[in-house]
Design a binder for this molecule. Structure first.
Ligand SMILES: Cc1ncc(COP(=O)(O)O)c(C=O)c1O
Length: 397
């Protein structure tokens, strides 16, 4: 290791930039064989045999009656809102990626942001109740439970609250494939759940996703919304969309599903290596995936105590970027403070858990491209940053 950190003029830890979360690729031979089948069948899309096989495997794995594969998670959320006939306002957490709020915005819904429990990095029934009380009188149609970072935001508690307040409850489990709450896999909580199989997810279809539900009627609506050419039992829907998953996407997803357990084990080994490497460094530790009995461990999140460590998450991210280490802030700012929701002329809601998470949480590199040896070097760079925090602060100022 260079005696000097790169931000202070030394050589970076890694010669090439290391991405924050490189996707898992299946072995090339299996990929070629799967695509040979597509060429033989000469069939690209609209509920082909691979998409149908994927739906059966997902439904079995997630213990639900229906898994409806779609072209990506964003479209899945839009379709779920349409199939449920949601209109008006919807509660969802501000400490989340923008994708769910954006998708529901396309579906004509207006977000009402709730806070999170900063220790768990998840929404709770209490934070949703607080948002409902804050919105006093304004019709709220639904609550979106967003299960983030390999953890979950108490789906049973949120479902009970939604029922008590007369709201529809659905979940965004884009990050949650393979996670379980008290032994029950994510997928069957609420009217519908939406998963993403995007490029950086633990199960990937290159781009893709699915909507899960145990409601036969809702499933029929979703299938008819998804394909403007019709698929499955016809039911009347007002608006259709092209949300189909192609055979090429389904082929990759099936391979990725085969690799799920191995990839989860790799993630867990990386997490253990981080735990080991960060032990003893003042002011930094890992956040446990909260609310789940099983996690996919696809996200490794460090929490900083700026006073004890010597700098906050944004400063450490900058130091690590100079080392070619792609550690990213968990969220740059809560969505309640971000464009287009946090307009300058509108006072942002008071969401202290969200603000605390933004200041203190950092996603550490994980996934296929990261080795145990690389984690040890990343932890050394973090320890070095802590030891030289005063010099780094002086340089940044
Ligand atoms: C929480 C969350 N919901 C929804 C999505 C949208 O999924 P997709 O990228 O498949 O459209 C994402 C994207 O990563 C996400 O992080």
């Amino acid at each position: 290791m260079s005696p000097q950190l790169a931000i202070l003029g030394g050589r970076p830890t890694f010669a090439q930039p290391m991405p924050g979360r490189a996707g898992f690729f299946p072995a090339r031979e299996r990929f070629v064989a799967a695509f040979a089948g597509i060429f033989e069948r000469q069939y690209y899309t609209n509920q082909g045999p691979l998409a149908a096989a994927l739906e059966r495997r997902l439904a079995e794995r997630l213990e639900v009656r229906h898994a409806i594969c779609v072209t990506n998670g964003t479209v899945g959320l839009m379709m779920a809102a349409e199939a449920l006939g949601l209109k008006g306002r919807i509660v969802l957490p501000a400490a989340a990626p923008a994708a769910p709020a954006v998708a529901l915005g396309w579906a004509g819904l207006e977000p009402v942001f709730c806070d999170i429990d900063a220790a768990r990095l998840q929404m709770t029934a209490d934070t949703v109740a607080e948002a409902l009380d804050r919105a006093d009188g304004d019709a709220i149609a639904a609550a979106l439970g967003v299960n983030l970072w390999g953890g979950a935001g108490d789906p049973p508690g949120l479902a009970a609250l939604a029922e008590a307040r007369g709201l529809a409850f659905l979940s965004d489990s884009a990050h949650g494939f393979g996670c379980a709450v008290a032994g029950t896999p994510l997928g069957g909580f609420g009217r519908a759940e939406v998963f993403s199989f995007g490029p950086g997810k633990i199960v990937t279809a290159t781009e893709g996703g699915c909507v899960t539900t145990n409601d036969d009627e809702l499933a029929a609506r979703l299938r008819n919304i998804r394909s403007s050419y019709g698929a499955g039992r016809p039911v009347s829907v007002v608006r259709t969309a092209n949300g189909r998953m192609s055979e090429a996407q389904a082929a990759v997803a099936l391979l990725s599903l085969d690799d799920f357990e191995a990839n989860r084990r790799h993630n867990l080994a990386l997490r253990c290596a981080y735990e080991e490497g960060l032990r003893g460094i003042p002011g930094i530790g890992l956040v446990e995936p909260a609310g789940v009995s099983t996690s996919n461990h696809h996200y490794v999140i460090a929490r900083l105590d700026a006073a004890a460590f010597g700098m906050g998450a944004a400063a450490l991210a900058e130091v690590l970027a100079a080392e070619n280490i792609g550690a990213r802030l968990l969220i740059a700012a809560g969505l309640h403070r971000s464009f287009p929701w946090g307009a300058a002329d509108r006072p942002a809601a008071r969401l202290p858990g969200t603000d605390a998470a933004a200041a203190s949480s950092l996603c550490l590199p994980t996934g296929a491209a990261v080795s145990i040896e690389a984690v040890a070097r990343i932890c050394e760079a973090i320890a070095h940053a802590q030891r030289t925090a005063p010099a780094i602060r002086a340089r940044r100022e």
